[in-house]
Design a protein around this ligand. Structure first.
Ligand SMILES: [Zn+2]
Length: 358
């Protein structure tokens, strides 16, 4: 405790030593006066993010505040201010602490707890697209990979399977699944996976005039929307696979087309289906007996048994499986709970006996 009290004594010129913190003598903290009086002042604290109040303080006071903050175990600025005020520091110095930024505290800051709602800037379709790579494994252990792209303003979701995890296949998927019909988005958000973290992909984005925002590896929860919808899609593939077993890459590709169509037409974003937000109309569902007028697809199955009919029936069954998969995924209680709870990113874990430096 004595060292702590000594440290919290207000900074004064070297020849006046204060014995009590409640001394009536106010130290001269005017930076101009002090600079002239004492040329051997320590260097100012090198930190870009300090606020104006802290930067207006005398460099030696800044140094003292930083030292006290570190030696007290990095307390909150308000706690520090309270302690300094009690120790008799001048109001100016205490106020200067309000926008002090400690790099160590900043680095170890935990993500904020998510709130039930927040106001955000209005966005239009294709203003910001997030993408992520995902994998789905069938019960036999065979893995299928896909990239999926989701628009932030409308939740319009597209997925594209790939064979090899390379920058070329990412660019191919991005072109085929998104740019070909929607044009290049204004901005894209993605994590720093190897295939997107290449000069080639950076050049591709530059050529298309797309701004990029890369999520750091250790902050993957920032890509929340893409990750959430990727998990919904994987859940839907599970459901689809139960009715329409996926046995080949081509079947997986078909499955993704049907699932994205179902998801875009049946989910809701701000009261409307993503499809309605983007296309301005709901696409008719081929062969639908209830809401659409009779189309060629409705009559296709009435012919005598033929390969054509089988193909139509197979298409219909796949579409039905996709829509059922959406309903199942939408109703899944576990998924719902997981989606509506606040995100719980991994925290740093320390084992007993670890050396810590702070
Ligand atoms: Zn700190």
């Amino acid at each position: 405790m004595p060292t702590l009290l000594l440290m919290m004594v207000p900074p004064v010129s070297t020849d006046t030593i204060q014995t009590t913190p409640h001394s009536s003598e106010v130290p001269d903290n005017n930076p101009k006066n002090n600079l002239h009086d004492n040329p051997e002042k320590p260097e100012p604290v090198k930190c870009q993010n300090h606020g104006p109040s802290f930067q207006a303080l005398d460099p030696s006071v800044q140094q003292t505040i930083r030292k006290i903050h570190q030696n007290l175990g990095h307390p909150d600025n308000r706690v520090l201010q309270l302690a300094l005020r009690r120790a008799g520091w001048s109001e100016k110095d205490v106020r200067g602490c309000s926008d002090f930024v400690c790099p160590a505290c900043f680095e170890h800051r935990q993500p904020k707890v998510s709130r039930p709602g927040h106001l955000h800037t209005p966005k239009d379709f294709n203003d910001q697209v997030s993408f992520d790579g995902a994998e789905w494994t069938d019960p036999q252990g065979k893995t299928y990979s896909f990239f999926h792209f989701i628009d932030s303003a409308t939740n319009f979701h597209m997925a594209m399977p790939y064979q090899q995890k390379t920058t070329e296949s990412l660019i191919h998927s991005f072109n085929q699944a998104w740019i070909r019909w929607a044009g290049p988005p204004k901005g894209v958000m993605f994590d720093s996976a190897t295939e997107s973290n290449s000069d080639e992909f950076a050049r591709f984005l530059q050529e298309q005039g797309i701004q990029s925002y890369v999520i750091p590896t250790e902050a993957h929860w920032q890509l929340g929307r893409a990750e959430r919808h990727g998990s919904i899609l994987k859940h839907m593939i599970d459901q689809y696979h139960e009715r329409q077993p996926i046995q080949s890459f081509e079947q997986f590709e078909q499955c993704l087309i049907h699932l994205c169509n179902a998801k875009n037409s049946m989910s809701r974003h701000d009261g409307f289906a993503p499809e309605l937000w983007v296309l301005g109309k709901m696409r008719p569902l081929p062969g639908n007996n209830i809401s659409a007028s009779m189309d060629s697809a409705s009559f296709a199955g009435l012919d005598i048994a033929s390969t054509e009919e089988e193909r139509f029936q197979a298409q219909l069954a796949k579409r039905e499986a996709a829509r059922l998969a959406f309903v199942k995924a939408d109703h899944s209680a576990t998924l719902r709970r997981a989606l509506h709870a606040r995100s719980r990113p991994d925290r740093m874990l320390f084992q007993p006996g670890n050396f810590l430096i702070y």
